[in-house]
Design a protein around this ligand. Sequence first.
Ligand SMILES: Cc1cc2nc3c(=O)[nH]c(=O)nc-3n(C[C@H](O)[C@H](O)[C@H](O)COP(=O)(O)OP(=O)(O)OC[C@H]3O[C@@H](n4cnc5c(N)ncnc54)[C@H](O)[C@@H]3O)c2cc1C
Length: 310
Amino acid sequence: MTHSPPRDTLERWVAGERVMPLPGRPDAGAPAISFEFFPPKTPALETQLWACVERLATLRPRFVSVTYGAGGSTQERTHATVVRLVQETALVPAAHLTCVGATRAEVDEVARRYWEAGVRHIVALRGDPPAGQAYTPHPGGYAYAADLVAGLKRVADFEITVAAYPEVHPQATSAAADLDNLKRKFDAGATRAITQVFFENTTFLRFLDKAVAAGITAPIVPGIMPVSNFVQAAKFCTGCGTSVPDWMADLFDGLEDDAETRRMVAAATAAEQVRFLQANGVDEFHFYTLNRPDLVYAIARILGVKPAAA
Ligand SMILES: Cc1cc2nc3c(=O)[nH]c(=O)nc-3n(C[C@H](O)[C@H](O)[C@H](O)COP(=O)(O)OP(=O)(O)OC[C@H]3O[C@@H](n4cnc5c(N)ncnc54)[C@H](O)[C@@H]3O)c2cc1C
């Protein structure tokens, strides 16, 4: 057996296959973006949220959404935040609304209050049961998100966004059944889906192929979560069925006490993720902001989104 002699550095570098650069940003211009916020619990968090809203508003998002705490636990805070967005900003708010643990009449009433307050966009979700319990529909409620979408459409002509799962919803009986469910949500009147957070772009792109093959044509917008607190994010992902790739664990390994470096790694990783998707034709992005603007602002800039001229 013969061994090739070790090659000199430059010879080794030029002998490798050349990787093409990501294409420049598309001529079509900056992508459409949207942001998710959560309703604040304390005065300090309230201040943080509105500072975040003010900064991100300059990027002219298509809409901004406000989450609904588990089991509807933030109903009043979500409502107050959404209504303040309507009254005090030029942003288009979308209120998240779940149907778990509530009667149809209760859910319809929440929706009616939104409509009367001038809110025209709902992110319609089933929601989750309390930790450790299996999901059972409320006897007088909307059983699944598709039923909720149909119910909301009966209340008023809302624009409706729903959830999609590139890695399959953890309680789905199969990937095909989960895709059928997504299709039912569109058939019931939703016009956009936002995905659960994911980190492997190929999983998302393959999911889009399957959605198109299933006859779905509405946008399935990638939900992007810049991860700087890896430990917390990994815990959240385990709960919602998102795989955390080994390469990501490796990137953050040993940075537990180094928040500054973690933020830089987070920005670079999320920028790489969105630029890859953009290069593959994706021109709408939804950002999970966690009510912190800086990373998201920088990543939107990298996508070509600039603040409105003063
Ligand atoms: C973008 C986004 C935003 C979110 N925002 C919130 C929020 O603000 N508040 C909150 O509490 N949660 C939120 N969630 C989490 C969401 O509530 C959970 O993921 C929940 O488990 C599923 O909600 P869904 O609307 O996707 O449910 P569904 O679309 O109803 O699907 C839930 C499961 O039931 C299955 N299924 C559907 N129909 C049937 C049927 N007829 N028979 C049997 N199985 C069926 C589906 O395949 C799936 O496995 C959000 C998730 C995403 C992706």
